[in-house]
Design a binder for this molecule. Structure first.
Ligand code: CP3
Length: 344
């Protein structure tokens, strides 16, 4: 049967007049219905581990906007927690984790097989979603890339420059690489279990890839993504993979070819014309509207949306933001973006 889902068609390389649309963090605090369900769950992590409520918040933006894809509601930091790190969220500040900077702390991490014990509610969320999503909507599973996840595990929190992770990779390369390898192996098992539960596409978020340059970018951003993608494709032939080496700049060039991902997600630091010429020639791209337009709206949103759709119109494209939508976004601006894309 010919593929009917718009997102899967784009990932297979089809050029469409109207590209499929979804948004990073589409289930999130800008939506009143999300805030209500989150209050019902108690806190963010309780929401992640409650399959019924996590499925509910995943479905909310699909009901409201009819996006072409739903992204599983979870977080990239559930993997460190499943490996044994303590994890909590400080309201208004972000995540906190117990740190890994010494061999003894690394040695205390759990073996790969143990992760499913913690992560099984996430697989249940995926099973619920694959039953409940509309037939035209694609279900995306995801995980953080090893480098990005490691930056949080090493620093114990988000950092502006990923300084502690860079320091460890220089002062104790053996420990740093062992940690990356452990995360890589856990990520393969985690994504594979999401696919077994019903995820149709998986996305690897390397939010801090941009702070790796040259050889370090190749070793710690490109190579782990290649290893994960290759394993997923061996185990699950036909499942597309989206890579997001955020702020990679010229590192976007050749990324799809070297890693084997089916689609490269673009942040908004690259111009769509540049990306069409240098990245989209290798296959599908996703992105790259600045998420600030979801706050400011108006004619600038319409103009920039049209410019992106036009620039990518000659190749396979999935319309998305360059990064997650922020809590101060106006839900009406999201509708304006969708209407602008679909009015083509
Ligand atoms: O995109 C989606 O709608 C799916 C769910 C999703 C979340 N986080 C939910 C979430 C996804 C794909 C993520 C990925 C994620 N998480 C990344 C990579 C993408 C990116 O944004 O760069 C990173 C780095 C994290 C780690 C993380 N989670 C941080 C730093 C924070 C705090 C910052 C913030 O935005 O509050 C979170 C919390 C988080 N993850 C929220 C959501 C909806 C907000 C939590 C809340 O409701 O309070």
């Amino acid at each position: 049967m010919a593929e009917t889902k718009k997102l899967l068609r784009a990932l297979a390389g089809e050029v469409q007049d109207v590209p499929p649309i979804w948004m990073m963090r589409q289930a999130g605090r800008y939506l009143p219905e999300y805030r209500a369900t989150r209050a019902q769950a108690g806190d963010f992590l309780s929401l992640c581990y409650n399959p019924e409520l996590a499925a509910e918040v995943t479905l909310q933006p699909i009901r409201r906007y009819g996006f072409d894809a739903a992204i599983l509601f979870a977080d990239i930091l559930l993997v460190p927690q499943a490996l044994g790190a303590d994890l909590w969220f400080v309201t208004g500040e972000g995540p906190r984790l117990s740190t890994i900077t010494r061999h003894a702390e690394f040695d205390a991490l759990k073996p790969i097989d143990a992760i499913h014990e913690t992560l099984s509610p996430v697989y249940e969320t995926v099973r619920i979603l694959s039953r409940e999503l509309p037939s035209e909507t694609t279900l995306i599973g995801f995980a953080g890339a090893p480098w990005t996840v490691a930056t949080y595990m090493i620093a114990g929190r988000g950092t502006p420059d990923q300084g502690p992770a860079h320091a460890l990779r220089e002062s104790d390369t053996v420990l740093f690489e062992a940690l990356l390898d452990r995360i890589t192996a856990a990520t393969i098992e985690y994504l594979s279990a999401q696919i077994d539960a019903g995820a149709e596409v998986v996305k690897i978020f390397d939010s801090w890839a941009g702070s790796l340059k040259g050889e370090a970018f190749r070793k710690y951003a490109v190579e782990p993504c290649r290893v994960i993608t290759q394993s997923i494709k061996e185990r699950h032939p036909g499942i597309p993979v989206i890579g997001f080496p955020r702020e990679a700049g010229e590192g976007y060039i050749g990324f799809a070819k070297t890693t084997g991902v089916d689609c490269v997600a673009l942040d908004n630091s690259v111009s769509p014309d540049w990306a069409a010429r240098h990245v989209q020639i290798e296959g599908c791209v996703q992105g790259n509207l600045a998420s600030s337009h979801m706050v400011t709206g108006g004619q600038a949103l319409v103009d920039e949306t049209r410019r992106i759709v036009e620039a990518f119109s000659k190749g396979p494209h999935i319309f998305n933001l360059g990064h997650g939508i922020t809590p101060d976004a106006d839900p009406e601006n999201v509708q304006l973006m969708i209407d602008t894309v679909r009015a083509r």
